[in-house]
Design a protein around this ligand. Structure first.
Ligand code: BES
Ligand code: ZN
Length: 613
C-alpha cells in the first residue's frame, strides 16, 4: 500500500496544500436502504497558489455531483474515484479550475453512502432492546469517516461542522455536537470547536435521557436508561476532577450514549457525546473508569490530537495517564498504582497473544506505511504510553512538577494536531531552564519510542493492592484443589478490580496446577463468579474455562461471545477457541451465523483471528 500522503500514511488528503475549515452536512437517513443520502459542503482553505486538484478520502461512496460555489454561482467540477485499496479506501480527486487562488473555497458534494458502509451500523428493530424501532450508529475512528462522507480523513486536519439530519419522527438523532434546533423529523447540530474527521459521529434510535449533572445527560433505550443513570452517576465528579487536572472543559456538553451490544469498543470519545458499551453495566459502578477515560480524551485526543495514527500513543497513552489520575483523585493513589500495574499485565497478554507475530507493532511509535490503523490497534500505545509518562513524571519530580507541565502542554497544543517530536520539544522547552534540566539527557528516547516489547523501565508503583492478587494467583496456580479447599487465604475479601486483575494474572500464569473442572468450580464459588454479570470478570473466567478445555461449557462461552461484540472481549475469545481443535468448528460455525450482526470492522478482524482470511 505504501504511504498515501506526506503527513498521514493512511490518508490521501494533502493537508500541506489544503485544509478543511468547516463542513456543512445534510443527510436524509434511509433505514429501508440502510443509506445516508445528501451532501457535504466543505469550506477549504487553499494554502498554495494554482492548486489544480483537491484529494479527498472516500470508501464505497457514490458521488452524484461535485459543485464549486463561488460568488453566488454554482459550477460543476470534474471528479474521479480511484480503485479501492484494501482496508484503506479510495482517492476522490476534485479538479479545480486553472488559476485557483489561495484562501477560502467552497465545494459541495452530493452523494450517498453504501448500504454496508464500514463506519455505520444499521440495526433492525429485533436487534434492539425495545424491538420496535430500528437503530443506526457510526464509529469513525480510525479511518471510517471516509465511508460516511467524502472528506480529508486525517487527524492532521481539524474543522468545525454543522449538520441537518432528516430522520423518522419517532426517533431521536444525536451527534458529536450540540443540538441547535429540533423540528419534527429534523434535527440541527453544531460543533463549533474544530475536530478531526474521526470525531464526527451520529446515532439514531428510540432514545430517552436522564440527567447526570449540569450540561450532562445519559441517553439509552428506555429499558435500561435508569440503570445507566445509576451506573454512571459519578460522571459529573469525574468531569470536575478532569478539569482540575487538565484545564477548562471547552465542549459545552458532556452526554453519554449507552450503545447497543454490537458497539465494537468500550467507549468512544465523540465530542459532546461519548459512546459507551452496555457491557459497562455491572450494577456496581465498577467499570465506570471507561467514562473517566473518555472524559480525559476531551483534552488528550480531542483538543491535542495525534497528527496521524503512527503517533496514536499521544492520544491513548496520555488519556490512560490522565484517566489514572482521575481514579487517583477519586479512589486514592493506591488504586491509581494498582490500575497502572494491572494495565501492565494486560499489556503482557497482548504482546504474548495478539502481537506475537508482529514485533514491530510493539513499538510506541509505529510505521503505518503498510498497515491500516485498525490492524495496528493494540494495548501498546495505551499501556506503554502511559507507563512512559509515569516514568517521566517520576523522573522530573512527581505529580507536583509534572501536572503543571501537562497543563502547559495541553494549552500549548490545544486545537492542534501534533507528533511525538512536538511533545518532546515541549518537554525540553518546559524543563530546559529548571533545576530538572539534567534529567532531560537521562531519557533514552530511542529506547522508549522505537524499542520493541514491554516498557524498558517499569516505574516504582505502590504494590500493596497488586501484591494481594500476586499472592493469590500464586496460591491458585501452585496448589491442588484439595489444598485450596478450606484454605482461609483464598477467602479473604478482595475488590472487584482485584478480582478482575487476579483472573487476568492467572491467564498470564504459565503453569497452573490442576486447572480442571473442580478448580474452576472452586474459583467460581469462592468469588461468586457464577452470578456475576460483570463483563470483565465473565470474559476472564471464560478464557480460563477455555484454557481448562472444559468442552461441556462451550455453550456458555459461545453465549458470552454472542452477548456483545466488543472487540476487546470477542477477539481473544475467538482466538482462544481457534487454538482449541475440539472447539474451533463450533466457533467458526457460530461466527458465520452472527457475523452480519457485527460491525463490519469487527467481523473482519475476528475473521482474521479465526484464520478464515
Ligand atoms: N478512542 C478509543 C477507541 C478507539 C480507538 C476506537 C481506536 C477506534 C480506534 C477509546 O477512547 C478507548 O480507548 N476505549 C477503550 C477504553 C479504555 C478505558 C481503554 C476501549 O474501547 O476499551
Ligand atoms: Zn481512548
Amino acid at each position: 500500500m505504501g504511504r498515501l500522503g506526506k503527513v498521514d500514511p493512511s490518508s490521501y488528503s494533502q493537508s500541506e496544500l489544503v485544509t478543511t475549515e468547516h463542513s456543512a452536512i445534510n443527510w436524509k437517513v434511509d433505514f429501508a436502504d440502510t443509506k445516508l443520502r445528501g451532501s457535504v459542503q466543505h469550506r477549504f482553505n487553499v494554502l498554495s497558489s494554482n492548486l489544480d486538484k483537491i484529494l479527498l478520502d472516500v470508501r464505497d461512496i457514490e458521488v452524484k455531483n461535485a459543485t464549486l460555489l463561488a460568488g453566488g454561482s454554482e459550477v460543476p467540477i470534474n471528479y474521479f474515484i480511484s480503485d479501492p485499496v484494501a482496508d484503506i479506501g479510495q482517492k476522490l480527486t476534485l479538479e479545480l479550475p486553472a488559476g485557483t487562488a489561495k484562501g477560502s473555497l467552497n465545494v459541495r458534494i452530493d452523494y450517498e453512502t453504501a448500504s454496508n458502509a464500514s463506519g455505520l451500523q444499521w440495526l433492525k428493530p429485533a436487534q434492539t432492546l425495545g424491538k420496535q424501532h430500528p437503530y443506526m450508529f457510526s464509529q469513525c475512528q480510525s479511518i471510517h469517516a471516509r465511508s460516511v462522507m467524502p472528506c480529508q480523513d486525517t487527524p492532521a486536519v481539524k474543522f468545525s461542522y454543522d449538520a441537518i439530519i432528516e430522520h423518522p419522527t419517532e426517533l431521536t438523532a444525536l451527534m458529536s455536537a450540540v443540538i441547535d434546533k429540533k423540528e419534527s423529523g429534523k434535527t440541527h447540530f453544531k460543533q463549533s470547536v474544530p475536530i478531526p474527521a474521526y470525531l464526527v459521529a451520529i446515532a439514531i434510535g428510540k432514545l430517552v435521557s436522564r440527567p447526570l449533572g449540569e450540561n450532562s445527560n445519559v441517553w439509552a433505550e428506555e429499558g435500561i436508561v435508569d440503570a445507566c443513570a445509576e451506573e454512571f452517576s459519578e460522571t459529573s465528579t469525574m468531569l470536575k476532577t478532569a478539569s482540575d487536572i487538565c484545564g477548562p472543559y471547552v465542549w459545552k456538553q458532556y452526554d453519554l450514549l449507552v450503545m447497543p451490544p454490537s458497539f465494537p469498543y468500550g467507549g468512544m470519545e465523540n465530542p459532546c457525546l461519548t459512546f459507551v458499551t452496555p457491557t459497562l453495566l455491572a450494577g456496581d459502578k465498577s467499570l465506570a473508569d471507561v467514562v473517566a477515560h473518555e472524559i480525559a480524551h476531551s483534552w488528550t485526543g480531542n483538543l491535542v490530537t495525534n497528527k496521524n495514527f503512527e503517533h496514536f500513543w499521544l492520544n491513548e497513552g496520555f488519556t490512560v495517564f490522565v484517566e489514572s489520575k482521575i481514579v487517583g483523585r477519586m479512589q486514592g493513589d493506591k488504586e491509581l498504582d494498582f490500575k497502572m500495574l494491572s494495565n501492565l499485565i494486560d499489556l503482557q497478554e497482548c504482546l504474548r497473544c495478539q502481537l506475537s507475530g508482529t514485533p514491530e507493532l510493539t513499538k510506541l511509535v509505529v510505521d503505518l506505511s503498510n498497515c491500516g490503523p485498525d490492524d495496528a490497534f493494540s494495548s501498546v500505545p495505551y499501556m506503554k504510553g502511559s507507563t512512559f509518562l509515569r516514568y517521566l513524571e517520576d523522573l522530573f519530580g512527581g505529580a507536583a512538577v509534572f501536572e503543571p507541565f501537562l497543563r502547559d502542554y495541553l494549552k500549548k497544543f490545544a486545537y492542534k494536531s501534533i507528533e511525538t517530536d512536538d511533545f518532546k520539544g515541549a518537554l525540553y522547552d518546559y524543563f530546559k531552564d529548571s533545576e530538572q534540566k539534567d534529567k532531560l539527557t537521562a531519557v533514552d528516547w530511542d529506547l522508549w519510542l522505537n524499542g520493541e516489547g514491554m516498557p524498558p523501565i517499569i516505574p516504582k508503583f505502590d504494590e500493596s493492592l497488586a501484591n494481594v492478587i500476586k499472592d493469590l494467583s500464586n496460591l491458585w496456580s501452585t496448589k491442588t484443589v484439595d489444598q485450596l479447599t478450606n484454605n482461609p487465604d483464598i477467602k479473604k475479601p478482595i475488590s472487584v478490580h482485584q478480582q478482575i486483575a487476579f483472573l487476568g494474572k492467572l491467564i498470564e500464569t504459565k503453569d497452573i496446577v490442576e486447572l480442571n473442572e473442580q478448580k474452576i468450580d472452586l474459583l467460581e464459588s469462592t468469588y461468586n463468579l457464577k452470578q456475576s454479570k460483570n463483563a470483565e470478570l465473565r470474559f476472564r473466567i471464560n478464557r480460563l474455562i477455555i484454557r481448562a478445555r472444559l468442552i461441556q461449557r462451550l455453550d456458555e462461552i459461545i453465549k458470552f461471545a454472542n452477548s456483545n461484540f466488543r472487540m476487546k472481549f470477542c477477539r481473544p475469545i475467538y482466538r482462544d477457541l481457534a487454538a482449541w481443535p475440539e472447539a474451533k468448528p463450533r466457533a467458526v460455525e457460530n461466527f458465520l451465523k452472527v457475523k452480519d450482526e457485527m460491525m463490519s470492522m469487527c467481523a473482519h478482524t475476528v475473521e482474521k483471528d479465526l484464520g478464515l482470511k
